[in-house]
Every structure is written in structure tokens, then in C-alpha cells.
Design a protein around this ligand. Structure first.
Ligand code: SAM
Length: 235
């Protein structure tokens, strides 16, 4: 059952869910990560990979989202026009910068990003910092509740823990607070535990629909979304 799910192109998703077209992330959101990748590529011509990784922990880029997923995150968040975005799993801040660029273009307010890593967000693009609040040093289940007391996210990007309990615990906290028009994006949708937690805790009875966005990222991007009744009739 969990593998019997729809897969849609990014173009079809933003058109059908939001009546929008795909827009591309701006250069300033991508620049810090592009610079890191170029520096790493130069060093790797002369040094083995394990030494390069020791030179700068930012080179451990296998943990940042694939560029194709970054493009999808930007297009979906831009089309959703959120005021507030939540993200769990900041790491160096690559996906955070992409989300913030979309919020900036949509004239939204902020991305709240949560990570237990004390140095989380170190590579966030300077120009995007006014749109980002980094909550670091605590597990998301401890740092999100106080923020949720005063802030309602329209979009939630889940990219911290990818085991069933980790995804479930974050969904239980965030999803019930979200409005009728809401989007939840999941990295590592390829993992059956992520899909199972989404299916169990985002029921169709609450208006949630689940799909996977087709793309080049082997870790895959999943999306749950729901639209208010009025918007639904316009689809
Ligand atoms: C895959 S990385 C996130 C990558 C980032 N989204 C990007 O694309 O640049 C996962 C991050 O989740 C964080 N993390 C793991 N468990 C967590 C938890 N329980 N609460 C908050 N953050 C957690 C880790 O410290 C790590 O930085």
C-alpha cells in the first residue's frame, strides 16, 4: 500500500495544486553552496576525499538536499505563498536558504529552522538571514513547541530524523496547527518509514493528499498538501 502512490512532475504539481508555474531559485540562495562545491572540487584534484572532508566540515555535502530537490523546494514554496515556513534539519543551511529565498519572493515573513546541531546554519546566505530564525542546539520536539505557541506554519519541510518515530513525533506537533491550505514536504521519501509515518498521521479525512515529486534526487521528495474547500472547487 505505501508503495502504491502517485508520482507527479514538478510542473504538474505546482500547476494543479496552486495554478502556478515553476520558478527558479535566485543565485544568492545557491551561491554559498555553489562556492563550497567548487572549492571542494578544486581540492579533490590534489587530495583524497577523506582529507578534503577534514579541511572543512561544510564539504560533507552528502547531507544537503540534491540540487534538483532544492529547485523543487523553491518552486513549491514560491507557489504556495506561505507567510511562515518551518524546517527541521538545518544542517549548514542550504535548504534553509532556498526556503528563505522563496519566502522572500512570496513576500512572506520567516523560515523557522530547527536543528540540534550547535553550528547549524553556518552557510546560510548573508542576504537571506533577515528571513530566517535558527533554533539550534535542541531536538526539534523540544524547540518547536514554544514557537508553535505563537506561530502557525503554512509550509513544513521535514528533513531531520527519517525514522518512523522521528517523523511521527514532528508531524504530531506541527500538522494539527497547520491551516486549511497547508503543505508538508518530506526529504528521504524513498525511506518507507518516512512514507508510513506520513500516511498514518496525515489522514485523507483531514484533507491531506500525498504524492512524490518526480526528480533526479535518489532520496526523493514527498509532499502532503491540502487546500481549503473554496480553492478546491477552483482546481
Ligand atoms: C540531512 S541533514 C539536513 C540537511 C538540510 N536540510 C539541507 O538540505 O541542507 C539532517 C540534520 O538534522 C539534524 N537532526 C537530526 N535529528 C534531529 C532532531 N531530533 N532534532 C533536530 N534536528 C535534528 C542533524 O543535526 C542534521 O543537521
Amino acid at each position: 500500500m505505501i508503495d502504491d502512490q502517485t508520482v507527479v512532475s514538478l510542473t504538474a504539481f505546482v500547476r494543479d495544486a496552486f495554478g502556478a508555474t515553476v520558478t527558479e531559485p535566485p543565485a544568492d540562495a545557491l551561491a554559498p553552496m555553489v562556492r563550497l562545491l567548487e572549492r571542494e572540487t578544486r581540492l579533490r584534484r590534489w587530495l583524497p576525499a577523506w582529507i578534503v572532508r577534514r579541511l572543512d566540515a561544510g564539504f560533507a555535502r552528502s547531507n544537503t538536499v540534491h540540487p534538483d530537490t532544492a529547485r523543487a523546494l523553491f518552486a513549491i514554496v514560491r507557489a504556495a505563498q506561505p507567510r511562515i515556513v518551518f524546517e527541521t534539519g538545518t544542517y549548514w543551511g542550504f535548504s534553509t536558504s532556498i526556503l528563505a529565498a522563496a519566502v522572500r519572493e512570496a513576500q512572506g515573513t520567516a523560515v523557522h529552522t530547527f536543528d540540534l546541531y550547535p553550528k547549524a546554519g553556518a552557510h546560510i546566505a548573508q542576504a537571506l538571514r533577515p528571513w530566517i530564525v535558527v533554533h539550534r542546539g535542541q531536538p526539534s520536539v523540544a524547540s518547536m513547541p514554544p514557537v508553535l505557541e505563537t506561530t502557525v506554519p503554512d509550509v513544513f519541510f521535514q528533513d531531520s530524523r527519517h525514522d518512523y518515530d522521528g517523523v511521527r513525533d514532528e508531524l504530531i506537533l506541527v500538522a494539527p496547527r497547520m491551516p486549511a491550505n497547508a503543505v508538508i514536504l518530506f526529504h528521504d521519501w524513498v525511506d518507507a518509514q518516512v512514507r508510513r509515518a506520513a500516511m498514518d498521521h496525515l489522514p485523507a479525512a483531514d484533507g491531506w493528499r500525498l504524492t512524490r515529486i518526480a526528480g533526479e534526487d535518489p532520496q526523493q521528495l514527498g509532499v502532503a498538501w491540502r487546500r481549503a474547500a473554496r480553492a478546491e472547487s477552483a482546481l
